[in-house]
Structure formats: structure tokens, C-alpha cells
Design a protein around this ligand. Structure first.
Ligand SMILES: Cc1cc2nc3c(=O)[nH]c(=O)nc-3n(C[C@H](O)[C@H](O)[C@H](O)COP(=O)(O)OP(=O)(O)OC[C@H]3O[C@@H](n4cnc5c(N)ncnc54)[C@H](O)[C@@H]3O)c2cc1C
Length: 316
């Protein structure tokens, strides 16, 4: 049996939905799946993890308890050692970007982030290269293998198992140069960009930060997340966490709605794998019009509020 660790992320006391696709990626007859849960009410997640194919849950507690990237990474490394886990999957999320490179560095292990698929028997990860223009299959070699998985890359498949819980108190970690002064959670009730099934994004066509309210209203009505092009971020209209693209977040939603976005190569690098792309643009010659599934030629400030009104039950 190959022992595979799955670094589970919890948000607002819930398992983040993207974890289930990651667990599905690790299914295999000869795979023993260890969910690694750090400083959380682990028994509350037992049924959900058992139902998705996990065989063992490692309930990790760190000396300080609170979020600390160095201490959490050290705790995961110790847990992997204790349970003989050689392969670790985590999400390519803000937390994953903090933890997985630290874990890989500590283990001197190869790391591939943003994996679309992972062949755990051959230790091969598939990811995009050159702004999404090429796919690369990357062969990992070494004693440990660390993969950051792109959220929503694989749909979750239930698999009923009975997972046992193993408490694991991590030892004191070596002195860290990092002190966490405070953590400020994002707005409650908002949908994570990387994990969203539906994203509505705005670009230069939004014209100001205040105008993003039009997208937020529509997103609320649809249960969607709000994203942006780099121009909207560089203009200071929305924070960097909104940016989709080559130098922003890479997303994989079922539906991506691009409003006032021309469709640059760099923007497409972050959203081209969306199942359906819808463009709202005043310019019929914009690059995105030739690359999307559906488009509306028109002013987003006429169209999006109307969509919101209909979604909120306003009728046609
Ligand atoms: C190294 C590098 C990395 C980059 N990384 C990224 C990245 O990660 N993400 C990213 O997005 N960009 C990135 N860029 C920038 C990228 O090249 C483009 O400049 C950017 O994506 C363009 O943003 P935009 O589509 O919002 O603006 P524009 O290209 O200016 O397009 C604005 C669009 O809005 C339409 N419009 C205007 N008003 C309205 C209206 N009222 N209603 C409807 N439509 C309207 C216009 O017709 C136009 O098509 C990167 C560039 C470089 C060089």
C-alpha cells in the first residue's frame, strides 16, 4: 500500500469543497489515504472524510495552536515521518502556497504546484506551462513527492470508507524567523476565487473600483465569486487577490463571465480551462469574442444589473 497524505484545508469550520476533488485525485486500490488536519475539531469531519475515500485521519495539534506557517509545516513533516507518508497533496491555495514549499524545502523533496492531474503510481504531475500554451508532464524523483493541486481540476467522487482518527501532537519546532502578529480573515460569506463554480470578473471596462459593486451584486445573486483582470488590480480598483491570469490566480470554474475584459493571452492563461466562458463587451472585435462560448455585445452597465434583477426574482 502506498501511503498518501492529503493536507486538508478548513475554512469557517467547514472542509473547503476543493479538498474533495483533491482526495478523488488520490483514489487508487493500492493507496492508503491519510487526511492531515491541523489544529481543528477533527472528529467533526470524520464522516465527510470517510465518505470521500480517506482511510486514516491524522489529527495534528501544534505547540502554539494558532496559524504559523513554519510551525504548521514542521508539524506536517513530523506527521509524515511518524506515519510513513512519502507523498503529499495539498491545494494550490493561499495556505497551500505558504505551506507546501516549506514542507518540500524541509524534506528536500520535489514540488509541483498547480497540478491538473497527478499519477501517483508513476510520480508524474501534469501542469500548464508558458501561460497555458503547453501542457507538461513532470516526472518527480526522490524520497518524497509534494504536489499542489489546482482547485476544481477534478470533480469529487464519493467513496465510502471507515476512517480512524490518529491524534498527533507535534513537537516544538525549531526557532522561526517569523512571528505572526495577527490574522485577518477575508469577508465572511464570500466565495473563494480558486474554488468557485461561477466567477464574474471585471476589467478596464469597469472604469472604477466603485463600479465593481455591479459585479458584487450580481455575484451575490448567483452565488459566484468576483475576479478581475490585472488592469483593474493595477488601477487599485480591487485587491490583488481578485486577479485572474498568468500572474494571478488560475481558476477552473464551470462558468466564467468576463465583463469589460478584452481577453489578453495573460488573462486567458488563468481561466482558459473554464467549462464555459461568457463575454460581455462593447467591442465585437475584442479578442475574447473569438475565444468564448457565448458573448453579449453591449454595455456591461446595462446588462449586468439587468441579469441581477432577473436573478433576484424581478422577472423579465
Ligand atoms: C508579464 C505579464 C503578466 C500579466 N499577467 C496578467 C494577469 O495575470 N492577468 C491579466 O488579466 N492580465 C495580465 N497581464 C496584462 C495583460 O497583458 C492585459 O494588459 C490585461 O489583461 C488587459 O486587461 P483588460 O482586458 O481589463 O483591459 P483592456 O485590454 O483594456 O480591455 C478592456 C475591454 O473592456 C471593454 N469595455 C470597455 N467599456 C466597456 C463597457 N462599458 N461594457 C463592456 N465592455 C467594455 C473594451 O471593449 C475592451 O475590450 C499581464 C501582462 C504581462 C506583460
Amino acid at each position: 500500500m502506498k501511503k498518501i497524505g492529503l493536507l486538508i484545508e478548513i475554512k469557517d469550520d467547514e472542509i473547503k469543497p476543493a479538498n474533495y476533488g483533491m482526495i478523488t485525485m488520490a483514489h487508487g486500490d493500492e493507496h492508503q489515504l491519510f487526511a492531515l488536519v491541523v489544529n481543528a475539531d477533527t472528529p467533526a469531519y470524520r464522516d465527510a472524510l470517510s465518505g470521500s475515500g480517506v482511510t486514516d485521519i491524522v489529527d495534528i495539534s501544534t505547540p502554539q495552536g494558532a496559524w504559523h506557517p513554519d510551525e504548521w509545516a514542521d508539524a506536517v513533516v513530523h506527521a509524515m515521518d511518524r506515519f510513513g507518508i512519502g507523498t503529499l497533496l495539498g491545494l494550490t491555495s493561499p495556505q497551500g502556497r505558504d505551506l507546501l514549499p516549506r514542507i518540500a524545502a524541509q524534506l528536500d523533496a520535489p514540488l509541483v504546484m498547480d497540478c491538473l492531474t497527478v499519477d501517483l503510481d508513476r510520480n508524474v504531475a501534469r501542469t500548464t506551462q508558458y501561460s497555458g500554451k503547453a501542457m507538461a508532464d513532470i516526472q518527480l524523483t526522490g524520497g518524497h513527492y509534494i504536489y499542489g493541486v489546482r482547485a476544481n481540476a477534478v470533480p469529487p467522487v464519493p467513496l465510502l470508507r471507515t476512517a480512524g482518527i490518529h491524534p498527533f501532537a507535534a513537537p516544538e519546532s525549531p526557532a522561526s524567523g517569523l512571528t505572526v502578529l495577527a490574522t485577518r480573515p477575508g469577508k465572511a460569506g464570500t466565495v473563494d476565487l480558486a474554488e468557485a463554480d461561477v466567477i464574474i470578473s471585471g476589467g478596464r471596462g469597469m472604469k472604477s473600483g466603485e463600479n465593481f459593486k455591479v459585479l458584487h451584486d450580481c455575484a451575490r445573486a448567483m452565488g459566484a465569486a468576483v475576479g478581475a483582470s490585472r488592469v483593474a488590480v493595477d488601477e487599485g480598483w480591487v485587491p490583488y487577490t481578485y486577479q485572474v491570469g498568468q500572474t494571478g490566480t488560475k481558476v477552473n470554474p464551470k462558468v466564467y463571465i468576463a465583463c469589460g475584459i478584452s481577453g489578453s493571452v495573460q488573462h486567458f492563461a488563468g481561466m482558459k480551462s473554464s467549462e464555459m466562458i461568457i463575454a460581455v463587451n462593447t467591442d465585437p472585435d475584442a479578442a475574447i469574442i473569438g475565444k468564448c462560448d457565448y458573448y453579449i455585445i453591449g454595455d456591461l452597465f446595462d446588462i449586468i444589473p439587468e441579469v441581477t434583477r432577473v436573478l433576484e426574482g424581478g422577472g423579465r
